[in-house]
Design a binder for this molecule. Structure first.
Ligand code: ATP
Ligand code: MG
Length: 509
């Protein structure tokens, strides 16, 4: 019996020591970071027993299927699949990668169309040199400097009345099909030869639209300094959610090197909708218009990363042109007001103007740049002072003049001048103006050069005047383009040449 007791004790001791060793067992490598799928529906998975999780962490469901952890709960993780597939089942193993989602950065992204996670989608081979996380804190106040350098868009109405500075965030807002994308694309085309890196981020658009935009860049030689980050309407909401952050990270890398960057987010309404879809599938409580409560933070943490860095930090800049689509011109809806309050101004496009042939269809009354004239060339400041008032007066008078035909001479003159000014601001797409061309047109308006030209001939007169100045005074135009300024002698030369042109053009009518 005593012997039996001894054996029993030995077994008990062995069992205890085995239990202790098993409990203290630390698995090595990947196995440690494994969890199990407990539920999967609508490309949203619940993963249990996943240790060491962090928000936004990249999870591997299989070699081809990846997800991001967006809900951290006591007993598990809510994850959204990046590339949906029916192959994920309950009980499948999930590997945590231990780091947040990152994207490809480095010089070889220029000229390419990439997905938000840094894979090429233009069919050409791509070897990323480096990766960087797509979410990062925005630069602090001390490392920034005030916005004071112009970022020319080449669009006369914007450069003269709503000037954008390097490092500014200017919202482009309007109903569908009002020319929002065209303004952003023209601004990118205008950066040719100006040492600015451009990033066009397409969110939730048709693949054919993105292909057309890429073609426009290619045709105008803009692709060599541009990267397109695309998450199309066919991609998962998670991919669309990641796209602008990936674009921002790529821009930031160039900004850190002291370069100037222009990023276009086309458009953030679709981004908000993708985020709402994900949040609802994750069973987060819906708020106003069913958007989750943190939808403001969604865009504020993105746009805050645009900055004009201090010289001690390299002096780079990242300008952002986010786009928002409105319905029925309602700029006071939830998402539009959010983004208006985050940005430093907005360019408001109107359907009515667009359909009446005023293109770009900018409503100058509702458009504003909060950086303003600090980011304007001295030459532009000299000729653009009273444009907004002149246009506002013209619009007011135009409404009243509809009621009666008996107008005094003064009113008639104001109406004619306003009509011509509106004609000057009309600009065809993919034809951004050089600074000197903008100055010529505004100086002509200021010096009443167009007074003898009938309003219906303005669309012919404008290219003719530009061509005339280019052939007769190339030197003066070059001075304006290189210095950004125009002294009295250059101005006098320009006006006298323009008068010659007006006499010649009017004589040929
Ligand atoms: P969506 O809401 O579909 O994104 P959008 O507001 O981005 O539309 P665009 O795609 O830029 O609008 O333009 C709509 C149409 O208007 C296009 O066919 C474009 O060619 C035309 N368009 C835009 N601006 C101009 C312009 N300045 N001159 C001539 N056509 C223009
Ligand atoms: Mg568009």
């Amino acid at each position: 019996m005593a012997e039996f007791m001894n054996i029993s004790d030995t077994v008990t001791d062995f069992a205890r020591s085995l239990f202790d060793r098993v409990s203290a067992f630390e698995p090595a490598g990947q196995v440690k970071l494994c969890g199990t799928v407990s539920k999967i529906s609508d490309n949203v998975a619940r993963v249990i027993n996943l240790p060491g999780r962090c928000y936004g962490e990249l999870l591997r469901f299989s070699d081809t299927i990846w997800g991001i952890a967006l809900d951290l709960e006591e007993n598990g993780v809510g994850a959204v699949l990046l590339n949906p597939g029916d192959t994920v089942c309950v009980g499948d193993m999930v590997h945590a990668t231990g780091h947040p989602v990152d994207t490809a950065v480095s010089d070889n992204v220029l000229g390419r169309i990439l997905s938000p996670i840094g894979t090429a989608i233009d069919g050409k081979p791509f070897k990323p040199q480096r990766y960087a996380p797509i979410e990062r804190p925005a630069p602090g106040l001390i490392s920034r400097r005030p916005v004071d350098t112009p970022m020319d868009t080449g669009i006369l109405a914007i450069d003269s009345m709503i000037p954008i500075g390097k490092g500014q965030r200017e919202l482009i807002i309007g109903d569908r099909q009002t020319g929002k994308t065209t303004i952003a694309v023209d601004a990118i085309l205008n950066q040719k030869g100006k040492n600015v890196i451009c990033i066009y981020c397409a969110i939730g658009q048709k693949a054919s639209t993105i292909a057309q935009i890429a073609q426009t860049f290619e045709k105008n030689g803009a692709m060599e300094y541009t990267t397109i980050i695309a998450a199309t309407a066919a991609d998962s909401p998670a991919m669309q959610y990641l796209a602008p952050y990936a674009a921002c990270t790529i821009g930031e890398e160039f900004m850190k090197e002291g370069r100037d960057v222009l990023v276009v987010y086309d458009d953030l309404s679709k981004h908000a909708v993708a985020y709402r879809t994900m949040s609802l599938l994750l069973h987060r409580p819906p708020g106003r218009e069913a958007y989750p409560g943190d939808v403001f933070y969604l865009h504020s943490r993105l746009l805050e990363r645009s900055a004009c860095m201090a010289h001690s930090e390299g002096g780079g800049s990242m300008t952002a042109l986010p786009i928002i689509e409105t319905t029925g011109g309602n700029i006071s809806a939830y998402i539009p007001t959010n983004v208006i309050s985050i940005t430093d101004g907005q360019i408001y496009l109107e359907s009515e103007l667009f359909h009446s042939g005023v293109r770009p269809a900018i409503n100058t009354g509702l458009s504003v740049s909060r950086v303003g004239r600090a980011a304007q060339y001295p030459a532009m400041r000299k000729v653009s002072g009273l444009l907004r008032i002149a246009l506002a007066q013209y619009k007011e008078m135009a409404i009243f003049s509809r009621f009666g035909s008996d107008l005094d001479e003064n009113t008639k003159r104001t109406l004619a001048k306003g009509e011509k000014l509106t004609a000057i601001f009309k600009q065809t797409k993919s034809r951004p103006y050089a600074l000197s061309e903008e100055i010529v047109l505004l100086l002509a308006n200021q010096s009443d050069i167009f007074d003898i030209i009938p309003s219906d001939r303005m669309q012919k007169a404008i290219p003719s005047l530009l061509e005339y100045c280019k052939t007769h005074i190339p030197g003066a135009l070059k001075i304006i383009d290189t210095t950004g300024d125009m002294d009295q002698s250059v101005q006098t030369t320009l006006v006298s040449v323009m008068k010659e042109w007006a006499a010649e053009f009017a004589g040929n009518l």
